[in-house]
Design a protein around this ligand. Structure first.
Ligand code: GLY
Length: 320
C-alpha cells in the first residue's frame, strides 16, 4: 500500500471567491473516497471511478449533477476512463440522461469493442447496462442556469473563464461564474496507473459539441510504463495541443511530472492560446497539480498525508 498515490482536480478556471471553500472541500472529499478504495485493495481504475463519482454527484463541479448548459439550455456530458496496465480506454460524448457518465465510460471500456460512444447510442448502452438514468433537468443547478443566462455566447464564456494568468498573452478575465471538468489519477498497490475525467463542458457550447475530455491523449492518458494525466480547461485548445499525451511524452523524455506539466501547458498557451490545468502521477509515484488559469482546486493523498490547494503555488498539508 505504500506505493499508492491518488490526486483529483475540480477544474481549472477563474473560480470566483464564493466557490473557493466548496471547491476545496469537494476535491478533498473525493480524494478521500478514492483513497479509501486503494487502501481496501481496489484497482486504480476503481479508485479513479469512485473519486470522479463523488465529484459528479457534487453540484459545485461541472460534471454530472452541476453540469453547465449548451446554447440551447441543455445538458450534454463527456467522460473518459483509461487503464494504464492494459492501455484500455472507454469514453462517452454528449450524453444527457446518465447520472454518472464515468460509469458509462468504464462500461464502454470493459464491455464493448469501442473506445468512444456518443449521444443516443451511448445512452442506449447505459440503459442496457442498468446504469442510473435520470431526467436531464435533474442535473441542472440554479447556478448552472444563472451561468447560462450570463454566458449564452460560447466565446464570451471562454474568454472570461479560460484566458489564463499570463496577462501579456491573455485578456483580463471578467469576474463571473463558470465551471470546468473534474478528474482523477491513481497509482495502486500493484503499480497500475489509471485516469478518469468527466465534464458538462463549457457554457454556451453548440449542441453536439464534444470537447477534449473523452479524447484519449487530450482529456487524459494512462500508461503504467510512464504515468497518468487528467486535464481541464478550454477543450478546443487542449484537443489541438494533445495536452495529456504531451505531458506523458515530456515525462518519457526524462522530465519530472511538474516540469512535464508546466512545459505542456506553456506549449498549449504559446501554440494555440488556451489556458488549462492538469494533474499527473508518474510510475515512481511522484505527483503534481499544475495550471495556467486563475485557480484550480486539487487534492492529493500519499503516505497518509492529504495535500490540497486552489491558488497558484498554494499547498496545504494535513494528516489523514
Ligand atoms: N475541458 C472541458 C471542455 O472544454 O469541454
Amino acid at each position: 500500500m505504500e506505493k499508492c498515490v491518488l490526486i483529483v482536480h475540480g477544474g481549472a478556471w477563474a473560480i470566483p471567491d464564493n466557490r473557493i471553500d466548496g471547491s476545496l472541500e469537494g476535491v478533498e472529499i473525493a480524494a478521500r473516497e478514492g483513497w479509501k478504495q486503494l487502501m481496501q485493495g481496489a484497482s486504480a481504475v476503481t479508485a479513479v471511478q469512485t473519486a470522479v463519482n463523488s465529484l459528479e454527484d457534487n453540484p459545485v463541479f461541472d460534471a454530472g449533477y452541476g453540469s453547465v448548459l449548451t446554447d440551447s439550455g441543455e445538458v450534454e456530458m463527456d467522460a473518459l476512463i483509461m487503464d494504464g496496465k492494459a492501455m484500455r480506454s472507454g469514453a462517452v460524448g454528449a450524453v444527457s440522461c446518465v447520472k454518472n457518465p464515468v460509469d458509462l465510460a468504464r462500461h464502454v471500456m470493459e464491455n464493448t469493442d469501442h473506445t468512444l460512444l456518443v449521444g443516443k447510442g451511448a445512452e442506449r448502452q447505459a440503459i442496457l447496462a442498468g446504469l442510473e438514468i435520470v431526467e436531464p433537468e435533474s442535473l441542472v443547478t440554479p447556478e448552472g442556469r444563472e451561468e447560462w443566462e450570463t454566458y449564452k455566447q460560447y466565446k464570451s464564456a471562454v474568454s472570461s473563464l479560460f484566458s489564463g494568468r499570463d496577462k501579456e498573452k491573455a485578456k483580463e478575465p471578467e469576474p463571473g461564474i463558470g465551471h470546468d471538468t473534474v478528474g482523477c489519477v491513481a497509482l495502486d498497490a500493484k503499480g497500475n496507473i489509471a485516469c478518469a475525467t468527466s465534464t458538462g463542458g463549457i457554457t454556451g457550447k453548440m449542441p453536439g459539441r464534444v470537447g477534449d475530455t473523452p479524447l484519449v491523449g487530450a482529456g487524459g492518458y494512462a500508461d503504467n510504463q510512464v504515468g497518468g494525466v487528467s486535464t481541464t480547461g478550454h477543450g478546443e485548445s487542449i484537443t489541438k495541443a494533445c495536452l495529456a499525451y504531451t505531458a506523458v511524452i515530456n515525462m518519457e523524455q526524462g522530465m519530472s511530472p511538474s516540469d512535464a506539466g508546466k512545459k505542456a501547458l506553456e506549449g498549449m498557451m504559446s501554440k494555440v492560446g488556451g489556458a488549462g490545468g492538469l494533474i499527473i502521477i508518474n510510475k515512481s509515484g511522484e505527483w503534481t497539480a499544475e495550471f495556467s488559469t486563475e485557480r484550480m482546486a486539487w487534492a492529493a493523498i500519499k503516505e497518509n498525508t492529504l495535500y490540497s490547494g486552489i491558488h497558484p503555488g498554494q499547498i496545504k498539508e494535513n494528516n489523514l
